[in-house]
Design a protein around this ligand. Structure first.
Ligand SMILES: Cc1ncc(COP(=O)(O)O)c(C=O)c1O
Length: 413
């Protein structure tokens, strides 16, 4: 089956989205205002994304109203472009980089390409160490919606006069109303990068880079120009504008009402539901059932989740609103028909012990969430191998593992 056939099949089966992008198969938000004919290039009147002085500057100005005091730049290659550009913009200014939290692979790729050293630290370590001439890279919130208070950590780094970059890929909707966590923008981080496409209703690839100081903004813009396509999608850019209007106009009554009905519904059916700091993320489990089995059972009913880990099945909830067309009733029907017996995973465990103690020739990255289990050059430990074997037995996508297996199998032969 080709890609178009596959996408058509998902449409025919009325696939239900509990994953990104935030428009949930175009049932949330107002992307129906877009037309295919808006797919243009930078013709006269449509400005230049990397040196905007017309309609795209207006878009950036509109986006920067999200938090007074910031410059905003819309990007079409996702937060990955923003992260690469932020690290390159800062590499000449600081002596070292600190990583706080479970950083996405894009952070490691950026540091690798920039040829700079880094150290991983816990947020509390920031209070007991020297952060002179340092850029601190914080992932906030986590993939699954953990969003601890950031103000003290940011304050600590700012008092020391150092740079703070927040990868807020999963928090473009933060601050949408007072019942959602605050964005790092409200804490004055130097650079904040948000994937509009993840939790807001925007097209995949839509992100925004916010910078506080003009000089940093200029350096970040230089690298965005290096890393981003020179043929930006106007559909994605227009979707950012619409998502931004959605953010401004959003009222949360419908969201919280439907969310609590959904959670009640799930609990009534025997699910345990773990709430996150971000009210738009929940993790599902059923006692005695492997989360991987639950994930597969949901897929077989056409309910597609964001991610599965040992902790459970992660759902990114729709930002329900007045007039949305999200198929909640159909979801309830499908939950009633779940078949948890048929286990398509766990078909026997592969022996990977030959990797023990060997340095990884490629980073090994379960995807999602895209957080490396082991970096290139680090040695495979028993714990890492156990985790890989477990995930592989449930068909979790793991980038880089086959390259390591092939390399060391040949080596052993
Ligand atoms: C924490 C985090 N940062 C950055 C990214 C990259 O974002 P994008 O897909 O917008 O490039 C992701 C993607 O999943 C992510 O989870």
């Amino acid at each position: 089956m080709g890609l178009v056939d596959k996408l058509n099949a998902l449409k025919r089966d009325d696939a239900i989205s509990m994953h990104v992008p935030g428009h949930k198969n175009m049932t949330i938000g107002n992307l129906d205002k877009l037309e295919w004919s808006y797919d243009k290039t930078e013709i006269t009147g449509l400005d230049d994304l990397h040196s905007p002085d017309g309609v795209l500057l207006e878009l950036n100005d509109l986006l920067s109203e999200k938090q007074p005091g910031y410059n905003a730049q819309a990007v079409v290659n996702g937060t990955t472009t923003g992260v690469l550009s932020a690290v390159h913009a800062l590499k000449g200014e600081v002596d070292k980089f600190l990583i706080v939290g479970d950083a996405h692979k894009s952070v490691y790729h950026a540091l690798d390409l920039a040829g700079v050293t880094f150290e991983k630290v816990a947020v509390n370590d920031l209070f007991g160490m020297s952060v002179d001439n340092t850029a601190v890279l914080i992932t906030y919130p986590s993939y699954s919606g953990h969003a601890p208070a950031l103000d003290e950590a940011i304050e600590r780094v700012k008092v020391a006069g150092d740079r703070i970059v927040v990868d807020e890929a999963h928090g473009a909707h933060f601050g949408i109303t007072g019942r959602f966590p605050r964005s790092a923008l409200s804490h004055g981080a130097d650079i904040v990068i948000q994937s509009y496409h993840k939790m807001l209703p925007a097209l995949t690839g839509a992100s925004v880079v916010f910078t506080k100081e003009e000089a940093i903004h200029k350096r970040v813009m230089k690298y965005i120009d290096h890393f981003e396509t020179s043929s930006p999608s106007y559909l994605i850019l227009a979707s950012i504008e619409l998502a931004h209007q959605f953010y401004n106009d959003f009222e949360d009554e419908v969201f919280f009402k439907k969310r609590s009905e959904l959670i009640k519904n799930l609990e009534h059916r025997g699910f345990s539901v773990t709430r996150a700091d971000d009210p738009a993320k929940i993790v599902l489990n059923i006692e005695g059932v492997s989360p991987y089995l639950l994930f597969d059972a949901l897929n077989r009913k056409g309910v597609y989740s964001e991610m599965v880990t040992e902790e459970g099945v992660l759902w990114c909830l729709p930002l329900f609103h007045e007039g949305d067309s999200y198929p909640l009733e159909s979801l309830s029907g499908r939950l009633d028909e779940l078949n948890l017996v048929e286990d398509v995973g766990n078909e026997g465990q592969e022996d990977l012990n030959f990797l023990l103690g060997r340095p990884a020739v490629r980073a090994v990255v379960p995807y999602p969430p895209g957080v490396p289990l082991i970096h290139e050059g680090e040695r495979f430990t028993e714990e890492v191998i156990k985790s890989i074997i477990h995930k592989k037995s449930y068909h979790v996508k793991i980038e880089g593992i086959e390259e390591n297996i092939a390399y060391y199998k040949v080596d052993d032969a």
